[in-house]
Design a protein around this ligand. Structure first.
Ligand SMILES: [Zn+2]
Length: 237
């Protein structure tokens, strides 16, 4: 079952990578997967990971990278804010997602459970904790985004890497999904401010709660992909 799931996600990821990156090849030095479209008009490309300058020749339809030289003056910031800051959202966000899922589960269970349910009575506390975790994780992701952009300007000299473009696009999507989830949660329109639960009698509240949980779940996929792509820029493959 888990093996099948892994095969399925690997297949989806491969298809997405093929669509997004187009033709790729490996850096002959650090083995990072590079996109052919990133080479400039002279077919030159600087590897974002190891900094070698590659001349990418096409031989019988295959991309053959030849190492020309090494980028000598590469800014090496002492304080790496981006990789530090990224751990706050990626560490807190999954708990916010779990909080919303548990609240939805409590809302479904509450009417069918007989007698007093001490755990479900604490739902308002869980709803508040979820909002705080959401605010912190999405708030810190703004710092992560800005520091990442700064690194792209300085360390990577604004070169048009497909990986970095993907990270910028996914960051914007994550901020939008996170902002939507915060707005829904804070308004109390999905999860009631007094009970912390969804009012199952109100179709609007049910729809908004489902939208919030879906936005959070999708945000989880986006933030995990962001972390994975960022990881390749640090460790190669
Ligand atoms: Zn390399």
């Amino acid at each position: 079952m888990i093996g099948d799931l892994r095969k399925l996600t690997a297949k989806i990821a491969e298809r997405f990578k093929g669509r997004y990156y187009g033709r790729t090849f490996r850096c002959p030095v650090c083995h990072l997967e590079l996109a052919l479209v990133d080479a400039n008009g002279n077919r030159l490309l600087v590897c974002p990971l190891c900094g070698v300058v590659l001349d990418v020749e096409e031989v019988y339809g295959h991309a053959v990278p030849v190492v020309l030289e090494v980028e000598a003056l590469r800014p090496q910031p002492k304080l790496r804010i981006h990789p530090l800051a990224t751990h706050v959202p990626i560490g807190l966000y999954p708990f916010a997602v779990m909080g919303a899922f548990v609240l939805l589960l409590f809302s479904i269970l509450a009417p069918v459970l007989p007698g007093p349910a001490p755990l479900i009575d604490r739902a308002p506390l869980l709803a508040d904790a979820t909002l705080i975790l959401l605010g912190l994780s999405v708030g810190f992701s703004v710092l992560t985004f800005v520091s990442g952009l700064r690194d792209w300007y300085r360390r990577y000299r604004r070169r048009p890497y497909a990986q970095i473009r993907l990270k910028i696009a996914l960051s914007v999507i994550f901020l939008a999904l996170g902002g939507l989830a915060i707005a829904l949660h804070a308004s109390g329109a999905a999860f009631s401010a007094t009970t912390g639960l969804v009012d199952l009698g109100s179709p609007v509240a049910v729809v908004l709660a489902v939208v919030e949980v879906l936005a959070l779940g999708l945000g989880m996929v986006v933030i995990a992909t962001l972390g994975h792509v960022g990881g390749t820029l640090v460790f190669g493959r």
